[in-house]
Design a binder for this molecule. Structure first.
Ligand code: ADP
Length: 470
């Protein structure tokens, strides 16, 4: 079958978080299963854009509100990612450096979705399914069915994949004039709590909806940032499919970002050399257990708890340990985490910002990866940690609950706790420190974790089954 993925991000073209990893990997695995998978995304001015060659696939134009836009669809020439990657270029709107964070994001992503439909509506054939990802592309199911211009392609089935329901793309009703002429008596399909809510609209209009773990699907019925009742009402068409990871990109045996490659057969030596590099770079004692946190410094990830939790763990623990942070987000959290460097010099360090290479080095060199998330639809960091033999220390929530079993339970290999609280984090760090003393047990766990199967192979098949059910 032919699948068109529509997304704001796709690794390695543009990445802000897990969405990029998924959209950069799932289509590749779908191709390997014998299907045709394509990705279309906005043209962000990233390194990947300049490092690769592109050809023009289509040119078109449309009106959005009072404005007229011309757009160009460009395609990466060499099929570098293992599937066709297309980008939409719109002068002044979709040719910027950052993926999100502009005041006119509502205009930008609405224009992106219109351009995609304008393009698809001129294909000689139609794709078998359009898989839209998150709110930036969630108006497509509505537009396909209720904008007059797309009536002839309205039979294309759609799947909405929710990677994170916290962000919904809310916009005032004045922005509804951006959509190409539509059945206005269908306004209820756009509305949620008196604003246009693209994610809610996607949930109402897509043929099916999935989230990125079964656990998160269940939780969304009770915690979905205001959409709980909608999720419950539409639950008959909702399902959860756990994310996989790209075993080609995330493989300690071949990873070119890390200092020493290793597999589960030589995990101890491999991790030691990678840890040495991190400890040298950040001023830590290699003999101490090394904890890391990688991610967006936002409430969802409970990053606001880290400054107090880390300080208390340093003060309360009888044994010493090191802690390294990589992330960016809320300015006050960034400042608080940077300031800790002075208090716990030699044991704590932080790198504020986004750094793909360092993240790989941290998965490889750390002993423990902390994820105290308040909300975690799937979480990829814990899956990368497992693959690199790093013990995940996670809160039992969403996808974390689905993928990590506490080492105190049968068949367990991680450290789990129940609450996003300072007490639970401190207690779990102490458990990690104790585990670190038992070298034999730690080695057995590392070897076991690295052999767990979390590849996309299994989940890519589940997506195909879901498309077929449309
Ligand atoms: P999110 O909710 O942010 O999408 P996920 O766990 O699904 O969380 O995915 C996070 C992805 O982003 C992982 O690949 C992680 O390594 C990466 N990441 C997050 N923050 C950073 C950073 N500051 N530098 C490098 N990579 C990062």
């Amino acid at each position: 079958m032919e699948i068109l993925h529509v997304s704001a991000e796709c690794y390695p073209m543009a990445k802000a978080g897990g969405l990029a990893d998924v959209v950069g990997a799932l289509p590749k695995y779908q191709q390997e299963l014998g299907h045709i998978a394509k990705v279309v995304m906005p043209m962000h001015r990233t390194k990947f854009l300049y490092d690769n060659e592109w050809e023009v696939s289509h040119k078109g134009s449309f009106n959005m509100g009072k404005n007229y836009y011309e757009f160009t669809i460009i395609k990466e020439k060499s099929n570098k990612l293992g599937f066709d990657l297309y980008c939409v270029d719109i002068n002044g709107l979709l040719d910027r450096e950052k993926i999100y964070g502009y005041n006119d994001d509502a205009e930008r992503f609405t224009a992106f979705q219109i351009a995609v439909l304008e393009w698809v509506s001129r294909w000689k054939h139609i794709p078998d399914v359009i898989n839209v990802h998150d709110h930036h592309t969630a108006l497509i199911p509505f537009m396909l069915q209720h904008c007059y211009a797309y009536r002839h392609i309205s039979s294309i089935p759609t799947l909405l994949t929710i990677h994170n329901a916290q962000y919904q793309g809310w916009m005032g009703w004045d922005k509804a004039t951006y959509l190409p002429a539509w059945d206005t008596w269908r306004w209820g399909l756009l509305d949620w709590s008196n604003v246009v809510n693209p994610l809610a609209s996607g949930i109402k209009c897509a043929n099916k909806v999935n989230t990125v773990s079964p656990g998160y699907m269940q939780e969304m019925m009770y915690h979905a940032n205001g959409l709980e009742s909608l999720i419950r009402a539409e639950s008959f068409k909702c399902t959860g499919i756990i994310n996989g990871i790209d075993y080609e990109v995330w493989n300690p045996d071949t990873d070119t970002y890390i200092i020493d490659n290793y597999s589960y057969l030589d995990v101890e030596e491999g991790k030691h050399l990678n840890k040495k590099k991190l400890c040298d770079d950040f001023g830590f004692d290699i003999k101490l257990p090394l904890f890391v946190f990688i991610g967006r410094l936002v409430q969802e990830k409970a990053a606001d708890l880290l400054p107090e939790a880390i300080s208390r763990a340093f003060m309360e623990s009888e044994d010493k340990f090191s802690f390294l942070i990589l992330g960016s987000g809320e300015p006050w959290v960034e400042n608080a985490l940077s300031n800790l460097q002075h208090t716990w010099f030699g044991y704590y360090n932080s790198q504020i910002g986004y750094n793909e290479k360092l993240s790989h080095q941290m998965y490889a060199g750390a002993d423990f990866l902390l994820m105290p998330s308040r909300v975690e639809p799937c979480g990829l960091n814990q899956l990368y940690a497992l693959r690199y033999g790093t013990v995940p220390v996670v809160r039992r929530i969403g996808g974390l609950r689905d993928t990590v079993i506490d080492f105190g339970d049968e068949g367990g290999y991680g450290i789990c706790f129940n609450h996003a609280s300072v007490d639970d984090i401190v207690y779990s760090i102490k458990r990690g420190i104790e585990l670190y003393k038992n070298k034999k047990q730690l080695k057995a766990m590392r070897t076991f974790m690295m052999q767990l199967q979390n590849s996309w192979e299994f989940s890519a098949k589940k997506y195909i089954e879901l498309y077929q059910s449309l």
